[in-house]
Design a protein around this ligand. Structure first.
Ligand SMILES: Cc1cc2nc3c(=O)[nH]c(=O)nc-3n(C[C@H](O)[C@H](O)[C@H](O)COP(=O)(O)OP(=O)(O)OC[C@H]3O[C@@H](n4cnc5c(N)ncnc54)[C@H](O)[C@@H]3O)c2cc1C
Ligand SMILES: C=Cc1c2[nH]c(c1C)Cc1[nH]c(c(CCC(=O)O)c1C)Cc1[nH]c(c(C)c1CCC(=O)O)Cc1[nH]c(c(C)c1C=C)C2
Length: 477
């Protein structure tokens, strides 16, 4: 029997689910319901008339691994190959990343020389920690914080500085609360499979999903891409998906359509919407049987909704700045700031280094993005509802002055407050997921979970989760 499917939330996860569902002959109709006035969720780019592009959310996607190939396969299917802006591993943006510690920028080691020598801010050569790691016995816990795991295996200095910064630069989160099992599965699996991170990395610690590469994914591997973006910014990806959905025939796409509630009616679902397109106050959309793929929380089944609610999120302030000319004292991807140095200032991305194509045409500028807040937002800035754009802008420009010595004011800026934008996989996240999925199975609920709250926060992970949710319903597409 053909199915009708509602996809709730038109972020990149919901769009990916629609994309894959729409390929299946088993699905007669897909209804995509999005609260906002545009699709794409956190993939959001400002395009200025003079050609400059500024990213408010993700700015680079990694091509590596099965999930990286899966995204590039989709990019090729959407006909976006000529729009891709690759950055190779030998590019300065791939080789140079910095830490801001003790009031100074320190380049993170990226070569063997940097690992065997003592390189500040570390007090001994990293190779010492790496060699000792092989001899440390396996942990016995089912889960552990990222900080505790790395301190135990590689020493507290590495955990306090490098890992603390890494967790801020990916999750905007606190490594003392984040789960190693859910946030860094390759490290957790390496210890479980080989007894050591180093041995796991060298010998492998489990199979990757089978995702055959498209021509574009093969090109990325041959040309050694480290990351990529799109000429018109990453927002072009949800735009291309939306266009595909609109032209495909079987997907009904609705923007400005917040879902207000969900309830089961035995055979399917009732989705309560606040009417926005002229049918009365509350519109009940009913289908039987139906499946829902949700990338956000709205569910009256108590045990499930409670578990979903327990997945915390953090708020990040993103400030894009543009400066006239070349103002950076160093070149590279950007720098991260450990929480011991400055709790509220997470890091600065030097956008014009990896993607100079996004600078305004004809002029020479430097584009930077300052990211602030995350797990420390409330403590440093107070209530996100009350913080002013001016305060965030001042804090960002002060950081650029003190960290990078840039004394000229920016010629252009934009402040975005991204409320609850990154889910935090705290200790025991894996158990919560297992319980939720068990509940769905036990109650035979026609419901799938996809999106950044579950199995990975990167754009690749989320796109893959949309595909898995679709395939869980209709089989391989
Ligand atoms: C600042 C920042 C930088 C990042 N940098 C990178 C990076 O460099 N590389 C990378 O790979 N990843 C990066 N990420 C992560 C990645 O962008 C996100 O994890 C991903 O975009 C999340 O997609 P999603 O579809 O799960 O969720 P969302 O983008 O949150 O989409 C959910 C959608 O559901 C809609 N919605 C919510 N409630 C309702 C409702 N009641 N009714 C209807 N619709 C609803 C929302 O409006 C939204 O459109 C970054 C994220 C942030 C915030
Ligand atoms: C300073 C805050 C943040 C910066 N980027 C993000 C935050 C919160 C969000 C983010 N960055 C990356 C991802 C995807 C992870 C993935 O698995 O692909 C997300 C959600 C990519 C990334 N950025 C940095 C690292 C180490 C990674 C992981 C992948 C990779 O190695 O490329 C470092 C980093 N992020 C930021 C800065 C300033 C920075 C380092 C210099 C910004």
């Amino acid at each position: 029997m053909q199915k009708t499917v509602a996809v709730l939330g038109g972020g990149i996860g919901g769009l990916s689910a629609c994309f894959h569902l729409s390929k299946s002959p088993q699905v007669s109709k897909i209804v995509l319901l999005e609260r906002a006035g545009r699709f794409g969720g956190w993939l959001s780019s400002t395009r200025r008339e003079d050609g400059a592009v500024f990213e408010h959310g993700p700015r680079g996607i990694r091509p590596a691994g099965a999930v990286g190939r899966n995204t590039l396969n989709m990019v090729e299917e959407l006909g976006l190959e000529s729009e891709v802006l690759p950055v190779t591993y030998d590019h300065v943006a791939s080789k140079n990343r910095y830490l801001y510690v003790g009031g100074q920028l320190h380049k993170m080691p990226s070569s063997l020389g940097g690992v065997v020598r003592t390189v500040p801010p570390f007090s001994r050569p990293l190779v010492q920690s790496v060699l000792k790691e092989i001899l440390i016995s396996r942990g016995k816990e089912e889960d552990e914080s990222v900080h505790s795991f790395v301190s135990r295996r590689m020493g507290t200095e590495l955990a306090d500085i490098a890992i603390d910064s890494l967790c801020r630069g990916v999750f905007a989160g606190d490594c003392r609360k984040l789960s190693v099992r859910s946030c860094l599965p390759p490290l957790y699996n390496a210890e479980k499979a080989r007894g050591s991170i180093v041995l796991g990395m060298l010998l492998g610690s489990g199979p990757d999903p089978d995702v055959p590469p498209s021509t574009l994914a093969k090109r990325a591997a041959q040309e050694n891409w480290a990351q990529w973006s799109l000429k018109r910014g990453l927002q072009n990806l949800p735009e291309a998906l939306e266009e595909r959905m609109r032209n495909g025939g079987r997907v009904e796409v609705h923007k400005d359509t917040p879902v207000m509630g969900l309830s089961t009616n035995g055979t399917g679902w009732e989705v309560r919407l606040l009417e926005t397109w002229g049918l009365g106050h509350i519109f009940n959309w009913r289908s039987a049987p139906s499946k829902l793929i949700i990338s956000f929380l709205l569910y009256p089944q108590k045990p499930l909704s409670q578990q979903l609610q327990e997945i915390a999120t953090v708020t990040v302030a993103v400030v894009n700045l543009e400066y006239e000319g070349s103002v950076l004292p160093v070149t590279g991807f950007g720098h991260l700031v450990p929480s011991s140095e400055d709790r509220g200032l997470l890091g600065v991305v030097y956008d014009s280094v990896p993607f100079p194509q996004h600078n305004r045409t004809g002029g020479h500028t430097t584009r930077l993005t300052v990211m602030m807040g995350g797990a420390w937002f409330q403590e440093v800035f107070g209530n996100p509802e009350k913080v002013t754009e001016q305060l965030l802008l001042d804090r960002a420009t002060q950081a650029v002055t003190s960290h990078l010595g840039v004394t000229t004011p920016p010629i252009w800026s934009i402040v975005a407050l991204l409320k609850d934008c990154i889910p935090q996989y705290y200790l025991g996240h894996w158990k919560r997921l297992e319980n939720m999925r068990q509940y769905i199975r036990d109650h035979n609920l026609p419901l799938s979970l996809a999106g950044s709250s579950y199995d990975g926060v990167s754009v690749n992970d989320v796109i893959f989760s949309g595909r898995m949710a679709a395939e869980g319903l209709v089989g391989k597409v």
